[in-house]
Design a protein around this ligand. Structure first.
Ligand SMILES: NC(=O)C1=CN([C@@H]2O[C@H](COP(=O)(O)OP(=O)(O)OC[C@H]3O[C@@H](n4cnc5c(N)ncnc54)[C@H](O)[C@@H]3O)[C@@H](O)[C@H]2O)[C@@H](O)CC1
Ligand SMILES: Nc1ncnc2c1ncn2[C@@H]1O[C@H](COP(=O)(O)OP(=O)(O)O)[C@@H](O)[C@H]1O
Ligand SMILES: [Mg+2]
Length: 279
């Protein structure tokens, strides 16, 4: 039996630091989020909201132009780039600390082309969060993950089945770890008790509620993983803190709500992080 470490509240003070007085938006990372087709615009808006509300310094959303007005209605803090104008997106993607690709991306040819181009241009030192449709595209087209970036995959169990080839019933810690090692990535397998595979160590979350079983909940986590890894140096720990915070906020809201809306998690983040920061 392999050891599975619990993700507990102690991860928060380990990761979330009091902000130095002498800092500016550049200190907290540049993040680009790519996704949101005409039909799935909400997904990239929810992910972008989570990135800004978890404290990322500068956020750019690359999406279908039909989403621009709603994006800015929800989030004037985000910059917008039309995903049909890749020449405009390319320098911003190249300059980013973190790229999140996949929420609501869809799986058509345009989505595949964009994912292919992003995999080509990411470079050393960048973190790449691969979620949702991007994982489905990777699996369907047998795409190799980029080797220069630090890759973080955030599949739900069915996406993980597609990417890893392991059937949901067989997704044991041992089996999952073997594929996570081959992929040389941090893998977040989302479920009632989400597991994280990082640096040969397996972690299991201790929170989470069925009140979270609503579309957009994973898109929100992807944005949080982006926001946390953009700001906090230790990437595996930042991922663990994002996973823990996402469920801890939901558990608290679920004490008084039957269902928790993904945007409510984002809206709770600034106060939650304030309360749980280390001096
Ligand atoms: N408002 C929006 O715009 C939304 C857009 N979304 C986007 O829609 C695209 C497709 O993602 P979906 O996940 O909906 O569809 P997928 O087809 O990729 O996955 C859903 C399938 O997986 C199965 N499944 C098995 N175990 C599961 C688990 N633990 N969690 C979730 N599903 C499990 C489900 O039964 C279902 O058949 C993604 O790009 C996603 O980001 C969704 O996030 C929903 C909300
Ligand atoms: N019953 C549950 N208990 C705990 N967490 C859950 C439960 N159902 C869903 N979640 C969480 O909600 C998120 C769902 O992710 P995902 O399926 O990718 O959603 P979407 O793509 O619709 O945004 C994951 O973080 C998962 O852990
Ligand atoms: Mg998802």
């Amino acid at each position: 039996m392999v050891e599975v470490k619990k993700i507990t509240k102690s991860i928060l003070k380990d990761v979330i630091r009091k902000r130095p007085a002498d800092s500016f938006k550049g200190t907290y990372g540049k993040i680009v989020l790519i996704g949101g087709s005409q039909n799935f615009g909400g997904a990239i808006i929810m992910a972008s909201l989570a990135a800004v509300y978890s404290g990322a310094g500068l956020v750019t959303t690359v999406t279908d132009p039909s989403n621009q007005a709603s994006l800015h209605d929800w989030l004037p803090e985000a910059m917008f780039v039309d995903w049909n104008k890749f020449d405009q997106a390319e320098p911003i993607i190249k300059a980013a600390d973190v790229i999140v690709i996949g929420p609501g991306l869809g799986t058509d040819n345009h989505a595949f082309d964009m994912l292919t181009k992003v995999f080509e241009i990411v470079s050393k030192g960048q973190k790449l969060v691969i979620d949702g449709s991007a994982l489905t595209l990777v699996a369907a087209n047998n795409m190799k993950l980029p080797t220069d970036s630090l890759n973080i995959l955030t599949p739900h169990q069915m996406e993980w089945q597609r990417v890893s080839g392991i059937k949901i019933a067989d997704q044991s810690p041992e089996n999952n770890q073997a594929v996570a090692k081959q992929l040389n990535a941090i893998v977040v397998v989302k479920s009632h008790r989400t597991q994280v595979y990082a640096n040969d160590t397996i972690y299991e979350n201790t929170g989470g509620t069925p009140a979270q079983a609503t579309g957009g909940m994973g898109d929100t986590l992807a944005g949080m993983v982006g926001g946390f890894t953009a700001q906090f140096k230790d990437t595996p720990k930042a991922v663990l803190a994002a996973v823990y915070s996402h469920s801890a906020i939901a558990d608290k809201l679920a004490e008084k709500q039957y269902v928790v809306m993904p945007h409510q998690i984002s809206e709770s983040l600034p106060k939650f992080m304030h309360k749980n920061q280390a001096e």
